[in-house]
Design a protein around this ligand. Structure first.
Ligand SMILES: [Zn+2]
Ligand SMILES: [Zn+2]
Length: 409
């Protein structure tokens, strides 16, 4: 069996891992865009050789190029993760999926050509139902961690999964946070008290976070509830949480939580282009529980988007946003992005205090050490990092450059 990292040994995101059996069956793990660039060069792949592509989770840097995979190559995405991704595409004006996707359930085993078996395990990350893959091939085992952490609500599950897997030949592991020295992630559950403490003196809280970071939606809801504020989800987030609720997950959503409302912003230019007709009936019309009355009368916390500046200004000008703060709950680096920077300046100009409260979705030293301590393994290959040489401190490290291959005997 051979492992090759086609891309992603020197960058965060856009990682593509290739596994080839001795009989020549080839699969890829992840096929996403480079992070924070509008244009990604589509990696040149000789698709004739490939049988399947498996996606670890629905972040753009892992799934974002699947439309570029030819139809005769099988693409596998976990079912709920794919549904969330479709909502994301529709709300962000991205091209819809144009190819057939095979869905699977967590823990299902998928066999490719009788000589590669891929089994998925739930992991802890800032994307819903993010997975680790255990790939069995030629009597060898590879654990691909995908993006993971252990400080979130599913942190303990990761430890259980690793203990269950116990022994592999190769670990392919993300090292996103290695460029930040000795980073120790705060626990997601501890954010609740922190958010509460920082926002309790305000009447209104604007919350800037990713709609697909469901752990964070839960943390925000809990913090707002603690200070007796109504929780309002922008219509994009409301659609995701309601979808998850329909699938049996208990996530704060405007359909089944009495104290959760939805808000439809004025500016819908980012939404799928048929938003006046189909889009409206699919995503907006079902949400009649509009937050407007609440926002004029009660204390609340509302999830906002940068595109909602017009709405924020309208409520501000009408006097509904007195004693208000904005919680910034994303990676610090995004503040450097021009549009985010401009948005935050506009908010500040309104006299709204900006408070930062966040924890990473990526493994810290403790998370990586736990995996490497609990597992028996022969090779450790770093990916999804700008500092792969820092893996030299871990035993059995095997550092590959983009395009290089390791043969496991
Ligand atoms: Zn990633
Ligand atoms: Zn991710």
């Amino acid at each position: 069996m051979k492992i090759r990292i086609i891309k992603g040994t020197n960058q965060i995101g856009g990682t593509i891992t290739e596994i080839t059996s001795s009989k020549g069956t080839k699969i890829l793990i992840d096929f996403g865009k480079d992070l924070d660039t509008d244009v990604t060069d589509i990696p040149k792949i000789d698709w004739k050789e490939y049988h399947a592509v498996f996606i670890t989770h629905n972040h753009e840097d892992h799934i974002g190029l699947i439309n570029n995979i030819p139809d005769d190559v099988l693409v596998y995405v976990e079912e709920t993760s794919l549904e969330v991704y479709q909502v994301f595409l529709d709300f962000t004006s991205k091209l819809p999926l144009s190819r057939k996707i095979n869905t699977f359930k967590i823990n299902e085993e998928i066999k490719i050509n009788d000589d590669i078996i891929v089994k998925s395990y739930i992991t802890d990350h800032s994307a819903f139902n993010a997975l680790m893959f255990l790939i069995e091939c030629d009597d060898k085992k590879v654990l691909h961690t995908g993006d993971f952490r252990t400080n979130g609500y599913k942190g303990k599950l990761v430890e259980q999964v690793i203990k269950e897997i116990k022994s592999v030949d190769v670990v392919v592991m993300e090292g996103t946070t290695l460029s930040r020295n000795n980073l120790k992630n705060r626990l997601e559950k501890n954010l609740v008290k922190d958010i509460y403490d920082k926002t309790k003196k305000y009447d209104k809280v604007l919350i800037l976070q990713s709609s697909t970071n469901i752990d964070r939606v839960v943390s925000m809801y809990k913090a707002m509830k603690k200070s007796k504020k109504i929780f309002i989800e922008d219509i994009f987030t409301a659609n995701i949480t309601t979808l998850l609720s329909k699938k049996g997950y208990t996530i704060p959503n405007p359909k089944t939580f009495y104290d959760v409302y939805s808000f439809v912003p004025m500016n819908r230019s980012e939404y799928r282009k048929d938003h006046k007709t189909d889009f409206y009936y699919q995503y907006i019309e079902p949400f009649k529980k509009d937050a407007h009355l609440v926002m004029t009368k009660e204390k609340f916390g509302i999830l906002v988007k940068q595109s909602m500046l017009k709405d924020i200004k309208l409520y501000y000008n009408k006097g509904y946003l007195k004693n208000t703060c904005l919680i910034y709950s994303m990676w610090e680096g995004y503040k450097e992005k021009e549009d985010t920077n401009r948005f935050l300046k506009e908010i500040e100009n309104l006299g709204i205090d900006i408070i930062t409260c966040h924890t990473s979705g990526h493994s810290d030293e403790a998370a990586r050490k736990m995996v490497l301590k609990e597992l028996t393994y022969r090779y450790l290959i770093p990916i999804h990092t700008e500092q792969k040489e820092k893996f030299e401190k871990y035993k059995h490290h095997y550092i590959l450059n983009d395009g290089e291959e390791l043969e496991i005997r």
